[in-house]
Design a protein around this ligand. Structure first.
Ligand code: EPU
Length: 343
């Protein structure tokens, strides 16, 4: 276990925001985690668990303990001729797991290639890209309850997954820590190619259909639009794509005949927030040290020395403008963190 006091979080969030935490602990096993949680001094202060910090915006210094999982390991826990169940430690880098699965010939997460972050957060956030979401492959989520330091296993149904959402982001936010996730992957190829340009891009590049080529195409598509956090601080998509009643969408379509949209359930339509933000004229704009990425308007970036509040000021200006122009309320996808935890 590694423990530090007054620890900088700058390297621990992909926005590259300078903030400090009173205590920082990285543990390497469930037993170590339970020992930490059984310490009354730790329980007396706020607790925040982070992954790779790729979806966090620190608004100020954190007054309690930031925890990070160093639980690694990839282990087969069941299999048939069709599928394989694999338990993956919460601290495994998500993309290392994707690479491993492709090397083994297991199918299901190729489309989630190079999503930043760790396996634990994938199950909290229900990460998704190019028509695949984590929930499609998750079987169970193994956790420790923070208040009692006791284990609990959630079935995929109990996790209440929805678009970028789970029970761990709502009713149980800040209540459980994910220690490992069991995924069910397929032994026969089952590609998802119908989202956006995936199939056309594969054909354009003249690549045969296999998992490695699909991964390469996805990587190319992501890298053409999303900034590398090692170079430009960012948290991926800053807002969720809004889901609106069909009547509102039809009104907008009268003015904007080419408005992109996706079905989102009975009477509902999902509209890309990046399109709304670009239409409103924000793409490439700055507000102080915060900016809207020039290649993808859904991504807010740290131009160099932004604070969390700088980024949030820009986000608020965008939210207000989109509400005024389109009568749509944008909600952050990134988690805002104050001195005591989630805001
Ligand atoms: N668009 C614009 N202008 C922009 C950006 C997008 O007009 O500046 C339009 C595009 O032309 C396209 C549509 O919006 O018609 C969708 O754009 P894109 O395919 O880039 O995807 P997105 O909806 O902006 C979502 C996810 C991404 C994920 C991609 C691909 C959310 C919040 N974001 O973005 O996830 O990689 O689809 O599946 O759902 C993330 O969550 O951090 C993330 C990067």
């Amino acid at each position: 276990m590694n423990l530090y006091h007054q620890h900088s979080l700058k390297e621990l969030n992909t926005f590259g925001i300078e903030a400090r935490t009173a205590t920082y602990i990285e543990y390497h096993s469930t037993e170590e985690l339970c020992r930490v949680l059984q310490d009354p001094a730790i329980q007396a202060q706020p607790i925040l668990h982070i992954g790779a910090g790729s979806n966090l915006l620190f608004m100020e210094d954190f007054s309690g303990t930031v925890l990070h999982s160093g639980i690694k390991g990839i282990e087969i826990v069941g299999e048939t001729a069709e599928w394989i169940d694999v338990a993956v430690g919460a601290g495994v880098i998500w993309d290392d797991w994707v690479v491993y699965s492709i090397e083994k010939g297991w199918y299901g997460i190729e489309n989630l290639s190079i999503i930043p972050g760790e396996v634990g957060a994938s199950a909290v956030q229900n990460i998704g890209a190019y028509g695949v979401e984590a929930k499609d492959v998750i079987r169970t989520v193994h956790t420790i309850e923070i208040a009692t330091a006791t284990p609990r296993i959630f079935s995929v149904e109990e996790c209440q997954y929805a678009y970028r959402s789970s029970i761990f982001k709502h009713a149980y936010r800040g209540k459980y820590i994910v220690t490992k996730v069991v995924f069910r992957l397929q032994k026969q190829a089952q590609y998802v190619l119908e989202y956006g340009n995936v199939r056309t891009q594969l054909e354009k590049e003249g690549k045969a259909l296999n998992a490695q080529n699909l991964r390469e195409v996805i990587i190319g598509m992501r890298e053409s639009k999303l900034p590398d956090p090692a170079i430009i601080g960012n948290g991926g998509s800053f807002f969720m794509n809004p889901i609106v009643p069909i009547a509102l969408f039809q009104t907008l379509q009268e003015t904007y005949s080419t408005i992109p949209h996706y079905p989102a359930g009975e009477g509902l339509v999902k509209i890309p927030a990046g399109w709304l933000i670009e239409q409103a004229g924000w793409k490439g704009k700055n507000l102080g040290e915060a900016g809207v990425y020039e290649k993808q308007a859904l991504v807010l970036i740290n131009r160099g020395n932004a604070t969390g509040k700088d980024i949030w000021n820009l986000a608020t200006a965008i939210i207000e403008d989109i509400a005024k122009k389109f009568h749509i309320t944008l909600h952050p996808e990134v988690n805002l963190i104050g001195s005591k935890g989630y805001l």
